[in-house]
Design a binder for this molecule. Sequence first.
Ligand code: ADP
Ligand code: ZN
Length: 615
Amino acid sequence: MLNKKNKQRNGSTIFLILSAVLFAGVIWYAFTAHENVTPDGVVASGPVELSFSDVLRRAPDIKTMNIKGDRATGVLADGQKYSAVMVYNPELLEKLSADGTAVSIDSSRGWVNYLETWVPILMGVLFIWWIFRGMRGAGGGIGRALLGQNPTKIVTGKPKTTFKDVAGIDSEKQELMEIVDFLRDKSRFAAVGARVPRGVLLSGEPGTGKTLLARAIAGEANVPFFAASGSDFSGIIVGLGVAKIKEIFEMAKRNAPCLLFIDEIDAIGQRRSQNSYNDQDREQTLNQLLIEMDGFSNETGIIVIGATNRPDMLDPALLRPGRFDRQVYIELPDMNGRREILELHAKKIKMEKDVSLENLARGTTGFSGADLENLLNESALHAVRAGHKLVTQEDMEEARDKLMMGPRKFRKMRPEDIKLTAYHEAGHAFVGTIYSDIADPIHKATIIPRGRALGMVQHLPIDDKVSMSIDEIRANLAIEMAGRASEAVFFGPDKITTGAEADIAMATRLARRSITTAGMSNKIGMVAINQVQTFGRQVPLESASEKTAEIVDAEIKAWTDAAYADAIKIISKNKATVKKLAEELLKRETLTGAEIKEIVSGKKKTAKKKTVAKK
Ligand code: ADP
Ligand code: ZN
C-alpha cells in the first residue's frame, strides 16, 4: 500500500532531483571558478599545460610552483603561466628548491576539496528534496527529515499480551472486557443496535499499566495493536500533527478491526490556553483527531485508547459522546494488588522460599506496577552483587529502601552525630512501640544513612488506609515529634539538631490536612478551607479569610506542640529503655520491629539469639 503512494510521487520526485542537480551544478561552478585563483592572487587565464616529464625537463625554468593535490600551477622564468600534472616526487621538489624555485604546497588534497565542496551541497539538496517529498505525501517526510526516523513510532503486530499479564486491577479489566468483545465480534453489537464504543480514556499515574492494559485488550481480542504517543504529534512544523493523525488513522482503517493506542494524549488534547505559542497547531491536531473519531461508523471496528496521567488537563471536547466517552481510572495498586503484581513478576526471578512478597507489598505503599517490577529487578541485581544464589528477603528490603529513600550512603559521620542519630531514631521507635496498637506497627529502625536521611524508623501498615481516626493522628504526630524529643531529653535543649526537619514537615502537613479538610479542629469546625486531592494533585477548593488562616496556623502549632509534649513525657519516663534501644542501634545499625519489641519489653536474650541465627 505504501509502495503505491511512492509510485504516484515518482514524477515530481524526478523533477525535484533534476532541479536539485541543476542547483548543485551552479554552486559547483561558483566554487570551481573560485579555485582557479592562485594564492598570489593572479587569475590563471590561459596557462600552458605541461606534462610531468615536461616539468622534470624544464625544472630550472620554473620560477614558482604551487602544488595542490595532483596539480601544480605557477609561472615559468619567462613569465608564462603553466599548469601541470604532478606526481609525488621528493627529488624533484628538492631540486626545485635548490634551484631557487618558490615552491608552495597546498596541504589540502584535491579530492578532499572535492568532497568538502560536494558533500554539504549534496546533503543540502537531499534535505530540501526530503522536505518537498514530505509535503507532497502524507506529511511524514518532514518529520523523517528532521527527526531522522519514522514519523510516528507506530508499534504494530498482534500482541501476545493478555489479561493474564495484568495483575491487581481486576475491576478495570472487567470494565474493559466489553471492548474486547466488540473487537472480537462487532456484528453482535450491530445486531442489537448498541452504540459502539469508540474511545476509551485510561488515566492514572505513570507506570500503573495503561500501556500494558491496552496491549492486553488487543491481545485478548487477537487484533493488531497500533501505538503512538501524543508527543509525536506536536512538532516544530505547523501542520505536521494533522498529517500524522491522518496517517495513523489510515493505517488503522486498513487493518480494522484493530486497536489504536495513543499514549500521553494530553500532549494533543490539552485544554486550550491563550498564551501558548504552539496552541494553534495543537488545536488543529486535536480537531483532526476528533474528525477522525467522529468519522467512524459502527462498521469501522477501530477502538482508540488514549492514556494520560493528567485527565484534568484534557479538553472537554475529547470526552464527549462518540469520542473518549469511556473513562477508566487506574489507581495505584492497593496492598492486595501490589502482592498480585509482585507475584506475577516474581516468576521471572529465583527467590528463596521464605521470601514474603506479602510483607514487601505492605511496605510499598504508593508504588506503581512499574515500580514493583523495577523493585524485583533491583533486588535480583542486589542478590548478584551480594553473591547470593537466590534472591533473599534482605535483597528485597535493600532494593525497596534504595528505591524509596535513595542508595545507602557510606559517608563519614562524626561519632557524636552517629550517636545523636541513634538516640533520635530510638525516640521514634520507642514512642512508636508505645502507640503500636493505634499506629502502624514498626517494621525496622536503622541508622544507616540513605538519601538525605541519617536514619529512619519504618512502619508497615497492616491494611491499606482509607481513613485515619483522630487518636491515630495524635499518635502519629507524637511519633513524628519523638526524634527531636529524644535529642532534647538526652542531650539537652542546646544540642537539638536539624535532623528533625523532615519529621516536622510531615507532622505539619498531617495536622494541616486534618484541620483544614477533615474538620478535626473545634476552633475551625467542619469547614473545608484548604485543598482537596484529585488524581494525586491538590486542587484549590476554597480560600480562607485572613482571620481563619491565622486560627489555622495557631491550631497547627497547638497540635504539634501537644504532640511534642506528649513525646517528651513518654521518653523522659522511660529513659533507660530508650537508651537501651539507642545503644543497640549503635551496635547493630538496624533493628527489626520484633527486636525493638523485645528490647522494649525486656526479653532481650531471645532477640539476640534470633538475629545471630538469621545472619
Ligand atoms: P503506563 O502506561 O501506565 O505508564 P505501563 O503499562 O508502561 O504503564 O507499565 C510499565 C510496566 O510495569 C509494564 O510493562 C509491566 O511490566 C509493569 N506493570 C504495570 N502495571 C502492572 C500490572 N497491573 N500488572 C503487571 N505488571 C504491571
Ligand atoms: Zn526523625
